[in-house]
Structures are given as C-alpha cells and as structure tokens.
Design a protein around this ligand. Sequence first.
Ligand SMILES: Cc1cc2nc3c(=O)[nH]c(=O)nc-3n(C[C@H](O)[C@H](O)[C@H](O)COP(=O)(O)OP(=O)(O)OC[C@H]3O[C@@H](n4cnc5c(N)ncnc54)[C@H](O)[C@@H]3O)c2cc1C
Length: 217
Amino acid sequence: MGFPKTDLNQIKRHPKRGAYDRDAAYEIIDEALICHVGILEQTQPVVIPTIHARIGDKLLLHGSSASRLLNYARSGKPLCVTITIIDGIVLARSLFNHSMNYRSVVIFGRGELVEDDEERMTALKAVSNHLIPGRWEEARHPNHKELKATKVVSIPITEASAKIRGGPPKDEEEDRELPVWAGVIPLRLQPAKPEADPQLGTDISLPKYVSDYVRLK
Ligand SMILES: Cc1cc2nc3c(=O)[nH]c(=O)nc-3n(C[C@H](O)[C@H](O)[C@H](O)COP(=O)(O)OP(=O)(O)OC[C@H]3O[C@@H](n4cnc5c(N)ncnc54)[C@H](O)[C@@H]3O)c2cc1C
C-alpha cells in the first residue's frame, strides 16, 4: 500500500519527481544515516538532526529522557521528519539550472512512547543495526540504568512522500551550444580508514564488520 496523497504530502513543485510507494520511501529511509525532525516549540519551528531507524511501518527515534526533542515526539503533537541523501551536484551550462541529484523523504506524523522493555531493546537494536550491522552482537548491551535514561519514540509512517532527482542537467535549448562544461559530480558517503581508540588493547583486532563497512547497499 502506497501513501495516499493529501493536502500535506502531495508534491506540487516538480510532481514527476514524487513517489508515494513505501518501497521507494523505505529504501531512502534505510540508507540515510540521519533524519531532521521538525517540531513546533509554541509558535517557533525547530528542526533537530538525529539518528533514526525503521521497523516495518514505524520510524524510531531514541535519545536522552531529558531531550526536548524526545519529549515533544512522545507527546503526540504533530511533527515532520525529513530524510535526505545527496547523490551529486548537477552542473548546468547556466547557473540558473544548476541543481542537485538527491533522494529525500518527508514524513508527517505523531509519535508515541515505547514503554515495553522488550520493544525498547528491539528498537535500540534496530538503531544500532541501522548505523552498523554487527555492532549489537559485540558491544555491551544497555543496562537497567542506561535503559531508564533512554527514551524510545515510535512514529507510524502513514503520511509521507519521496522526491527523487537523478540524471544530467536540464539546460535551456538555446544554452546547449555554450562552451561550458556540464554534467554531474556524483557524491557518495563512504567510510575512511577506521581509527582505533588510543586506549584500545593491542590484542583486539579490527572486526570484519568495521573493515568491510560501506554505506551503499
Ligand atoms: C538536497 C536537496 C537540495 C535541494 N535544493 C533546493 C533548492 O536549492 N531550491 C529549491 O527550491 N528546492 C530545492 N530542493 C527541493 C526542495 O526540497 C523542495 O521540494 C522544493 O523547494 C519545493 O518546495 P515546496 O515547499 O514548494 O514543495 P511542495 O511541492 O509545495 O511541497 C508539498 C509537499 O510535497 C512534499 N515534498 C516537497 N519537497 C519534498 C522533498 N524534497 N522530499 C520529499 N517530499 C517533498 C512534502 O510532503 C510537502 O509538504 C532540494 C531538495 C533536496 C533534497
């Protein structure tokens, strides 16, 4: 089931770039490392970056019990989550037609607190796996005190849209012959060489899930 088009989520600007199917949106949500959550602090919009994860049709956020963001998100007040992947800089012959290749998702929803401890652990595992699969199995798991200090909020993904721009620049017909280089500089988020903690024991070797880490699926 795709997302029904509503007054809020219907893409008006470049509607052909829009997608309302869950597969397209979930691929972007799962690939992106972070999201930006928009909340309304009385009459002041505030947008906060944070890590997310997805289980089925739910987006999960976690953070300190004292976090304003988490406390807002658990309150059931309306929020907006934006997720962005940058794929390239699009260089047109005219400055006006420069652009970016991207894949993005905007979700409108309301969060609810996850209270059951087992569900909270499942959510935290999803967040860990979202960042780096394999880490959950090796690192120490949250203890009672740490769990108490952590809030987990679940946001049902019901009203959302994806927007995708790909391909070469779109220049005006009359600019095509200009002697200006045009094309795309692809951009990818890739890990650099891992840097061991200076306090790491010399007998601990680099795990395979770290040495093989990639963001591209
Ligand atoms: C990396 C990146 C760079 C961009 N740079 C620019 C820029 O410099 N200038 C510019 O004008 N636009 C840029 N965009 C496009 C921008 O995100 C908006 O789509 C565009 O500005 C139209 O905004 P609007 O509110 O008029 O859209 P509308 O089409 O009126 O928005 C209606 C609804 O469509 C959905 N929607 C809109 N945009 C997106 C989106 N990007 N992803 C998912 N759903 C969306 C939302 O649900 C929104 O409520 C960029 C997008 C990305 C991802």
